[in-house]
Design a protein around this ligand. Structure first.
Ligand code: NAD
Length: 467
C-alpha cells in the first residue's frame, strides 16, 4: 500500500451527507501530484488487484452465489479468472502501450520530430452493473489503472454481497490516494454524476445511460456506455446441429440468461426450428438435469421485480421447453418460446433472462431485413457451415460484436474491443482498447531552433512568395 494513502469515504458518510465534490477533489489533487504516472506504480496496482482476487477468491465466489446463485466454477470462469486474465494481459503489454508512437515529420517542419504520447486522462468514474458484479466493476478498472488514472468505482447495489466485498477489500490492496469505492444506489450515483470527471465508463441499461450521458455533457466529459439490446442468433439450415444447440443453450442459460451478450432470440427457418429446438432442449437437460430448479449450476434472477418481468414474458408464446416461474424464489426455468408475435413485449424489449423466443422466417434471404429493421444489437451470432453466408451477414448487419459458430466467446480474446454500436453503446474497452479509452493521445512536435525560415512570418511581401 502507498505511504500517501488517504482514508476512503466511510460507508456512514454516504447518502445526504456524502461529499462527492470533496472526494473527487482529493483524487484530483493526488493525480496532479503525479503519483499515478510511473510504470512501476501502475504495475504495482495491477498486481495488488490480482492479489486481492487470489487471496479472497473463495469469498468472491460465495458472494456471487449469494447474489445470483452462480455456481462456483461459473463464477470463477466468467468473473474471477476473466479479470485475472485482463490483469495479466495488461501487465504483459503495459510498457509497450505506454510508449510514444513516432510518426513521420514532413520537410516543412524539419528539423524536428513528431510523436504521439499517451497520457492518463485524470480522475475517472466507473459505474458497474449487477449481472457480472465483479467482472463489470473490475474489468474497466484494469485499463483505468493501466492508463495511469485515479478512479472511483460505483458497484451495483443490486448485487449487494459482491459489492460489499469489493468495498471492503479494494481499499486494503490499492493505493487509497488514487482509488475509492462508493457503494450506494441512485442517490449516490446522482451525486457522483454531478461532479466533473475526465471520463465515465457506465455499464447498464440504456435509460440510465441517457442520464449518465446528459450529466457528462454538462462538463464535456467523454463517456463509454456499455449497454444492451436484443442480440439475434441466426441459425442456417446447414449448421452443425449438436454443437450449435449446445453453444446456444450455454449462451442463453448461463447466469440464467442475465448476460448482456446472451443470444436474445433465435432466427431460423421452420425446417431448422423443427430440428434445433429438441436439440437445445436436450443440451439444456444435459447441463441442468430434468429440473433446473434443483440444479446447483443454474442461476437465479437478481430480484423478484426482474423475475416478475420475466414471468410476464412467458404469456407471450407457447413454451416448447420450460415455462415455469417461481417469482418468490426468483426462479425462471430455461425456456424456449414458440408462436411469439413480433409485436409482443418479449420481442420488443431486451429479455435479459432465460427465455429464448423463436422467430421463424421462410428464407434466410430475409435475415438482413429483419436484423436491420431493429436497433443495432450488442452482439450478433451466426451458426452456419458456409463461410460465405456468415460473411454476408457480418458484412450486411451492424452489431457491437459478432461471433460465428459460437456465443459470447469473443470476450476471451484480449485484443478484440468490447462495446456496442448505436443504442447498444458507444466506445469500447478490453486489452489495449481499454488502455486507449482511458488515455489521451497527445500529438507532439519537438523542434530545434536552428533554421528559422522567415518566409512564414509577416510581412508577406511579394518577394517572399511566388504565387
Ligand atoms: P441499471 O441501468 O439499472 O444500473 C446500472 C447502474 O446504474 C447501477 O450502478 C445503478 O446504481 C445506476 N443507476 C440506476 N438508476 C440510476 C439513475 N436513475 N441515476 C443514476 N444512476 C443510476 O442496470 P440494468 O438496466 O438493470 O442492467 C441491465 C442492462 O445492462 C441490460 O440492458 C444489459 O444488457 C446491460 N448490460 C450491458 C453490459 C455491457 O457490458 N454492455 C453488461 C451488463 C449489462
Amino acid at each position: 500500500m502507498e505511504a500517501s494513502a488517504i482514508v476512503r469515504v466511510p460507508a456512514g458518510n454516504q447518502g445526504a451527507g456524502f461529499d462527492a465534490a470533496g472526494l473527487v477533489g482529493e483524487l484530483r489533487d493526488y493525480f496532479i501530484s503525479g503519483g499515478t504516472r510511473s510504470l512501476d506504480w501502475r504495475r504495482r496496482q495491477l498486481r495488488q488487484l490480482s492479489r486481492m482476487l487470489a487471496d479472497h477468491e473463495a469469498r468472491f465466489l460465495e458472494a456471487l452465489k449469494a447474489d445470483l446463485h452462480k455456481a462456483p466454477l461459473e463464477g470463477w470462469a466468467t468473473e474471477v479468472s476473466s479479470v485475472q486474465g485482463d490483469i495479466q494481459h495488461a501487465l504483459k503489454h503495459l510498457k509497450k502501450w505506454m510508449r510514444r508512437r513516432k510518426v513521420a515529420t514532413p520537410m516543412v517542419v524539419q528539423p524536428g520530430k513528431s510523436y504521439v504520447q499517451p497520457e492518463p486522462l485524470g480522475v475517472v468514474l466507473v459505474i458497474g452493473a449487477w449481472n457480472y458484479p465483479l467482472q463489470l466493476a473490475l474489468a474497466p478498472l484494469v485499463p483505468a489503472i493501466a492508463a495511469g488514472n485515479c478512479a472511483v468505482l460505483k458497484p451495483s447495489e443490486l448485487a449487494p454481497a459482491t459489492s460489499a466485498l469489493i468495498e471492503e477489500l479494494l481499499p486494503q490492496y490499492l493505493d487509497n490516494g488514487a482509488f475509492r469505492v462508493v457503494p450506494g444506489a441512485v442517490e449516490e450515483t446522482t451525486a457522483l454524476l454531478e461532479q466533473r470527471w475526465d471520463h465515465i465508463l457506465y455499464t447498464g441499461g440504456g435509460n440510465v445511460g441517457k442520464i449518465v450521458m446528459a450529466a457528462a455533457a454538462k462538463h464535456l466529459t467523454p463517456v463509454t456506455l456499455e449497454l444492451g439490446g436484443k442480440s439475434p442468433c441466426i441459425v442456417a439450415d446447414d449448421a452443425d446441429l449438436e454443437v450449435t444447440a449446445r453453444r446456444i443453450a450455454w449462451g442463453k442459460f448461463t447466469n440464467a440468461g442475465q448476460t448482456c451478450i446472451a443470444p436474445d432470440y433465435l432466427l431460423c427457418t421452420p425446417a431448422m426450428a423443427a430440428r434445433l429446438l429438441p436439440a437445445i432442449a436436450d443440451a439444456t437437460r444435459e447441463m441442468f438435469g430434468e429440473e433446473a430448479k434443483a440444479s446447483d449450476d443454474y442461476g437465479r434472477i437478481v430480484n423478484s421485480r426482474h423475475a416478475a418481468r420475466l414471468a410476464a414474458y412467458l404469456e407471450d408464446g407457447e413454451a416448447f421447453m420450460g415455462g415455469e416461474a417461481d417469482v418468490e424464489e426468483r426462479y425462471i426455468a430455461p425456456t424456449i418460446l414458440t408462436g411469439v408475435s413480433l409485436d409482443s413485449v418479449v420481442m420488443q424489449e431486451e429479455i435479459f433472462g432465460p427465455i429464448l423466443p423463436v422467430v421463424e422466417i421462410e428464407s434466410l434471404d430475409m435475415v438482413e431485413d429483419f436484423v436491420n429493421g431493429r436497433d443495432k444489437p450488442l452482439a450478433l451470432y451466426v451458426f452456419s457451415q458456409d463461410d460465405a453466408f456468415a460473411d454476408r451477414i457480418l458484412e450486411n448487419c451492424s452489431s457491437g460484436n459478432a461471433c460465428v459458430n459460437d456465443c459470447m466467446m469473443f470476450m476471451a480474446v484480449h485484443d478484440l474491443p468490447f462495446g456496442g454500436v448505436g443504442p447498444s453503446g458507444m466506445g469500447a474497452y478490453h486489452g489495449e482498447h481499454g488502455f486507449k479509452t482511458f488515455s489521451h493521445f497527445k500529438a507532439v512536435l519537438k523542434k530545434k531552433t536552428m533554421l528559422d525560415l522567415k518566409v512564414r512570418y509577416a510581412p508577406f511581401t511579394s518577394g517572399k512568395f511566388k504565387l
